[in-house]
Design a binder for this molecule. Structure first.
Ligand code: GRF
Length: 292
């Protein structure tokens, strides 16, 4: 009801809707002045936290053509993505390929890296995606400050940031500027085997040494610490009796590619909803009342 109240202040003529109390992200048809070009008003609301009101507008025909209908819900705008990598970039590549193929309703507009020579950066350059260096590289000749990075991402009108093997801590300036809009993929079932020092092969070696029988990727929202943000999606795969770290890493990475694409598809289609206690959920594509 709180979201309804907030929206009605912006759009007094909007008919009153009884919204289920567990839903925290709402959009309503806008029935105010036509010349503003607003189609729908949206409001995300979390108990006791910030309220964000936004409008979905389309003033020109061209822009309307870019709007597609996803499922039975309101049309959604194609999203603008930034991907951050430090290494080979195989997750970045699978997301980019899904975008080109059309299953993903978004485009990678910019790649951010702390290693301008890494495989991910090379793939971006080969595919005409601008590469931005962050933070400054050691000799100081290249690289942006946190506030320059925020400005750069804003200049690309980036909606969401996807960390895909980016090994630097995300500065608080970026987390504030992109609240609940930054995802990371981690190669273990968090909260196990996460945090500072758990990256790459170290994660898989620790999983095997612990005797854990299951591992697999976790996708989570990013906060100011390593691997502690809210978990959005996971996929468990068995750890086999004779697994080496390389073998386990290979099977986990395969699942990462599938899971990250599925989650980013949901993100771009605005199918992420926030449960009352702050846990993010993915609404199913086929059943608007079900969750993945
Ligand atoms: C992945 O295992 C991911 O979970 C972790 O870093 C690795 C990146 O691999 N955060 P790639 O660069 O996408 O191949």
């Amino acid at each position: 009801m709180e979201a309804q109240k907030i929206l009605s202040r912006f759009c007094p003529k909007t008919p009153s809707l009884l919204l289920p109390s567990h839903k925290k992200l709402h959009t309503l048809p806008y029935v105010g002045p036509k010349n503003l070009g607003i189609l729908r008003l949206g409001c995300s609301y979390t108990e006791g936290k910030k309220k964000r009101v936004f409008c979905v507008r389309s003033t020109v025909e061209e822009e309307e053509a870019k709007v597609v209908k996803v499922g039975a819900t309101a049309p959604v705008r194609r999203k603008k993505l930034a991907v951050f990598v430090s290494g080979g970039g195989s997750n970045f590549k699978s997301i980019h390929e899904a975008s080109l193929k059309g299953s993903l309703h978004g485009d990678v507009l910019v790649l951010v890296t702390n290693k301008p020579d890494c495989g991910g950066a090379e793939y971006a350059r080969n595919n005409g995606i601008p590469v931005v260096v962050f933070p400054k590289v050691k000799d100081g000749s290249d690289g942006l400050s946190p506030s320059e990075l925020v400005d750069t991402l804003r200049s690309f009108q980036v909606d969401f940031i996807l960390l895909a093997g980016f090994l630097k801590l995300i500065p608080v300036e970026l987390i504030r500027a992109y609240e609940n809009s930054i995802l990371n993929i981690h190669p273990s079932l968090l909260p196990a085997f996460g945090g500072k020092g758990y990256y790459g092969m170290k994660v898989h070696k620790a999983v095997i040494a612990s005797g854990a029988r299951y591992s697999g990727p976790t996708i989570h929202f990013v906060d100011e610490h390593y691997d502690t943000g809210r978990i959005l999606a996971q996929c468990a795969i068995p750890v086999l009796a004779n697994d080496t770290a390389d073998e386990l890493a290979f099977r986990v990475l395969k699942e990462e590619h599938r899971l990250y694409v599925e989650v980013v598809e949901a993100l771009c289609e605005e199918r992420i909803v926030w449960r009352e206690d702050g846990v993010p959920l993915i609404r199913s594509k086929d059943n608007p009342n079900g969750f993945c």
